[in-house]
Ligand binder design. Structure first.
Ligand code: SF4
Ligand code: SF4
Length: 302
């Protein structure tokens, strides 16, 4: 089986589901959300990251680059992307990690080796593994093998998803998963396309289908001022969630935080979208009230 591109494996994670978890981040996402705090997850390709603040100008990367794609300039290292073959040799020699590669091909065995080390802590804390991204459902072959291996070891399995996937695959994965963290951005499909790059019809259909199964679902809603925090969107979101089949749903509200700016810089991207911010505390209280009025328990964080 071919390995998949993983951009991080975070151990001791406490915000990706219950207990202490190990989170595996798959690279590549069908959505392109303006507020994404992991912009390195958009692309399903390996990428080179560069941080000017960490660079000491030693030139080791320039020497290591057989393609002559790296140049040391007064503004720091510049990479000619037409010559760069993403071999990673520059990152291997960089003494300060100013240059790093994002995305590494990992096999089931390699990932399971990391997970196995964390089993005692997972058991003590009622935690487990979370498959996140990017979009883990873009990597069905590796994901299903990992879910099976974790299932054999009794590891609690969680999928953090945008919901943008083939429905049959989603339901197959649900049979091997204890918990879904399902992201819901906004209800208006045109607005959804404007802010994420795609309409939301498939996502809403998939959430309804998933709610018909027994798998536990926590719905996670990013809250962004003047994007999705208005009463109309929140009311429609609450009505949609209230109408889902099965148990009343838990909703985690995740106010926007601006942690991606540095990552865009490292990727050499100019993030020229409008400045985004979180809704005021007063607004967040109002949003919780709207959910409560619709019989839904919503809280900040999670
Ligand atoms: S990734 Fe390889 S080709 Fe690209 S700049 Fe680094 S050493 Fe050169
Ligand atoms: S090897 Fe690292 S620290 Fe040295 S010039 Fe290249 S990026 Fe900068």
């Amino acid at each position: 089986m071919n390995p998949s591109l993983i951009f991080d494996i975070k151990r001791y994670a406490i915000n990706d589901g219950p207990g202490v978890r190990t989170t595996v981040f798959f690279k590549g996402c069908p959505l392109h959300c303006e507020w994404c705090h992991n912009p390195e997850s958009y692309s399903a390709q390996k990428q080179k990251l560069y941080s000017k603040e960490k660079c000491i100008g030693c030139g080791d990367c320039v020497e290591a680059c057989e393609q002559h794609a790296c140049v040391l300039t007064p503004e720091g290292i510049k990479t000619d992307t037409t010559l760069c073959i993403l071999c990673g040799k520059c990152a291997e020699v960089c003494p300060t990690k100013a240059t790093e590669m994002s995305g590494e091909l990992r096999s089931v065995d390699e990932i399971m080796d990391v997970l196995k080390r964390d089993v005692p802590l997972m058991e003590q804390s009622a935690g487990g593994v979370t498959f996140s991204g990017g979009e883990p459902l873009m990597h069905p072959e590796l994901l299903i093998l990992l879910l099976d291996e974790c299932g054999k070891m009794g590891i609690h399995r969680c999928i953090d998803t945008s919901g943008m996937s083939n429905s049959e695959l989603l339901l197959e994965v649900a049979e091997k998963t204890e918990l879904f963290l399902f992201d819901l951005k906004m209800m208006d499909s045109k607005q959804h396309r404007k802010f994420t790059g795609i309409p939301n019809d498939t996502i809403l259909k998939n959430l309804r289908k998933l709610a018909e199964t027994d798998v536990q679902i926590i719905i996670r809603i990013p809250l962004i001022k003047d994007v999705n925090d208005n009463d109309d969107n929140i009311q429609k979101t609450a009505e949609f969630i209230a109408a889902l089949p099965g148990e009343p749903r838990i909703v985690n509200l995740l106010p926007f935080h601006n942690s991606a700016v540095k990552k865009h810089e490292k990727l050499g991207q100019i993030h020229d979208s409008r400045p985004l911010s979180e809704p005021s505390a007063q607004r967040q209280t109002r949003i919780i009230e709207i959910f409560k009025t619709n019989g839904i328990q919503a809280s900040i964080g999670g």
